[in-house]
Design a protein around this ligand. Structure first.
Ligand SMILES: N[C@@H](CCC(=O)N[C@@H](CS)C(=O)NCC(=O)O)C(=O)O
Length: 207
């Protein structure tokens, strides 16, 4: 059995999308990061870094969204090709997300909307780098339907932060190929199911 520990944020969406795409059964556990549940000892036993998402698969714990998607791809044999060159391309775009759009757009959101003090230098620095990264994705998608050959974990892991960056920076018109790709992935039935399942679980917490 798979237990997924996550929250309704871009990093939290990624494994839910992959699980729904694979049609694998899982129990969804929301970890409310606004109240610090991710720093409690029972969660730290699953992810010592105290961040969502994390997953336990028949006693095997996996943390970091990239590791989770690679684990699920290995388990199901889906969305990560075996051919060395195709696999390298998928993993490259997958880890581009982990080291690039996630931290940069995340910091931009923080300095732009959450920081107690407005620091123009920080806001501009992260906005510029976020736009640059969105531009890299846009350029790639101007000549390709998906990021790395067929639809893969590279698309699943990139879509949430790309959507968040395009909306937050009001950049859909600047990056039309990226906007087209985000809309196409968001329209996929398993992706809609994933986002709906998260939304419903979050609403149930409030009830
Ligand atoms: N590189 C990590 C990033 C995880 C991450 O930053 N998660 C955020 C939510 S989107 C979190 O748990 N924040 C709570 C905290 O920092 O205490 C991954 O991809 O899994």
């Amino acid at each position: 059995m798979i237990d997924l520990y996550t929250w309704t944020t871009p990093n939290g969406e990624k494994p839910v999308i992959m699980l729904e795409e694979c049609g694998v059964d899982y129990d969804l556990h929301l970890v409310d990061i606004s109240t610090g549940e991710q720093k409690k000892s029972d969660f730290l036993a699953i992810n010592p870094n105290g961040r969502i998402p994390a997953l336990v698969d028949d006693g095997v714990r996996v943390f970091e969204s990239g590791a989770i998607l690679v684990h699920l791809a290995a388990k199901t044999g889906r969305f990560l090709p075996a051919d060395a060159a195709a696999r390298a391309e998928v993993l490259s775009w997958t880890f581009f997300q982990i080291g690039g759009t996630g931290p940069m757009i995340g910091q931009w959101h923080h300095f732009n909307s959450a920081a107690p003090e407005k620091i123009p230098y920080a806001i501009e620095r992260y906005a510029t780098e976020s736009r640059r990264l969105l531009g890299v994705l846009d350029e790639r998608l101007s000549a390709n339907e998906f990021l790395a050959g067929d639809y893969s974990i590279a698309d699943m892991i990139n879509v949430s932060w790309a959507r968040s960056g395009l909306n937050g920076l009001k950049a859909r018109d600047t990056f039309p190929s990226l906007a087209r790709w985000v809309d196409a992935i968001d329209a996929r039935e398993p992706v809609r199911r994933a986002l709906d399942r998260l939304k419903t679980a979050r609403e149930a917490l409030k009830a």
